[in-house]
Design a protein around this ligand. Structure first.
Ligand code: PMP
Length: 458
């Protein structure tokens, strides 16, 4: 019998030993990745982007190639990829229609960066309108910028200074969003917030997800231009909305003259029109990025007819030059070609149905394994996305979910899986399905996951 059972039903001493063993195995299996990391002394933090230092074993695996749901590292290890670039590759890696469309644009037609429109952009706008129900679209290069520009537009329209977000949300590196509800119930800067331009409580308000009373209290100040939210939190585990919550948010925002932005960057996994279409939501603005470009950088925001008209009627707002909205490469022909191909031929209505079926197999299987081990963990599914959390029942708010993080346990599971050819998202216990993910891929994950738990709980 293990003697030192702690949170999560896990023997910590055993976990520590197994994690050390798996990290050593990782180093042995990845000599070229280790050498590449060592050589990268002229990269800040030795990686192209500092988040790539979030890994379970001391250095990242370096990519050689990736197609569909598969990835091969420079040491020749093959992976089933359930990370999919943390949603950037939800269309699968390098889908053929996107490769063809981008190649045609780059190699045949030319003109990667022209700051002139291509006709195709209007087609993409129309398709996004069909899917998300909002009529007027504009493009960015990232979801972060879609959120930033939407926020500026809504501040301009309302003349109100603040943005409200949910505690432990993530909407990209948007200054206004780095606010949480502190242990004393008061708003404060999120821990680790880098170089905040001012105290975040000056620009923002915060309420817990699934807390309509808290939202009503904050909106009653009358100074909130917009609520920026995911219809389900996806960046602190998946926190699903309780019945009536999203209707309540819509009613309260209308009552207080506050606009509602649905950030669908991750909740797009719920279906072809994201959670907005899947759950019949009626936001004033939708923001999105990542997957719609099939791996090519793009973001977009869609506005209601009323908002588009209100903004067009404001000659005091400089929307055609340096007024703070727009960017040189946004809407470029390559991003637009990639997005058109992704929406037309890859992340289609049919593709989503298949991805969600496979995700359901993933969720059911993992629930069985966790229940079989009698672990106090929970599993949440959001369409093609599944995540387990080290708490049961599933957390109701971002703060609750943040409270059940377990970095050691997470690292153990991640590195154990990587050492056996299964890649998970480093920031999550999240598995995402792309159109090429198969039930055999899911079975492989489950086999390894069950072994990892078997060794841990033996
Ligand atoms: N919104 C949401 C909901 C996200 O999850 C993310 C990234 N994880 C972003 C926005 C920002 O995306 P990007 O980093 O591509 O700007």
């Amino acid at each position: 019998m293990p003697t030192d059972f702690e949170a999560g039903g896990v023997d910590r001493e055993r976990l520590g030993r197994l994690l050390e063993r798996e990290r050593a195995a990782f180093v042995a299996r990845h000599p070229r990745s280790a050498a590449a990391y060592d050589r990268a002394e002229h990269l800040f933090g030795k990686v192209p982007m500092t988040w790539m230092n979030k890994n379970a074993a001391g250095f990242p695996v370096y990519v050689e190639r990736a197609r569909g749901a598969r990835l091969t590292d420079i040491d020749g290890n093959d992976y089933v990829d359930f990370c999919l670039g943390d949603t950037g590759a939800m269309a699968g890696h390098s889908p053929a229609p996107v490769v063809a469309a981008v190649t045609r644009r780059l190699a045949e037609l030319g003109g990667a960066s022209t700051m002139l429109p291509t006709e195709e952009a209007a087609t993409v706008g129309a398709e996004l309108s069909r899917r998300f129900g909002l009529p007027a679209w504009s493009f960015t290069l990232t979801a972060t910028d879609a959120n930033r520009w939407a926020i500026r537009l809504l501040r301009a329209v309302t003349g109100r200074p603040r943005i409200l977000v949910n505690s432990y949300c993530y909407h990209g590196s948007v200054d206004e969003s780095l606010i949480v509800v502190g242990p004393d119930g008061r708003p404060r800067s999120r821990e680790g917030n880098v170089g905040a331009p001012c105290d975040v409580t000056v620009t923002s308000r915060v309420a817990e997800f699934n807390d309509l009373d808290g939202l009503a209290r904050e909106l009653a100040h009358g100074d909130v231009a917009a609520v920026l939210m995911e219809p389900a939190l996806t960046n602190i585990g998946i926190v699903l909305p309780e019945p009536g919550y999203l209707d309540g948010v819509r009613a309260l925002t209308r009552q207080h003259g506050t606009y509602l932005i649905n950030d669908e960057t991750h909740t797009f996994s719920a279906g072809p029109g994201g959670a907005t279409a899947a759950w019949g939501l009626a936001p004033d603005v939708v923001t999105i990025g990542k997957a719609i470009g099939g791996g090519v950088p793009v973001g977009a925001y869609g506005l209601s007819a009323e908002l588009a008209a209100a903004l067009t009627g404001r000659p005091d707002l400089d929307l055609v030059d340096m007024g703070g909205v727009g960017g040189t490469l946004a809407g470029n022909p390559v991003s637009i070609a990639a997005t058109a191909a992704t929406l037309r031929e890859v992340l289609t209505d049919d593709a989503f149905a298949g991805m969600i079926d496979v995700a359901t197999v993933f969720a059911d299987g993992i629930r069985k394994i966790i229940d079989g081990c009698a672990l106090p963990w929970s599993v949440s599914q959001l369409g093609a996305r599944v995540e387990y959390r080290f708490a049961a029942p599933a957390p109701r708010t971002g703060t609750e979910s943040a409270g059940c993080a377990d970095p050691g346990l997470e690292d153990y599971l991640h590195v154990y899986l990587i050492n056996r050819g299964v890649l998970m998202t480093p920031f999550h216990n999240m598995a995402l399905m792309c159109p090429q993910t198969t039930v055999e891929d899911v079975a492989r994950h489950h086999e390894v996951f069950a072994d990892a738990l078997g060794e841990l709980l033996r």
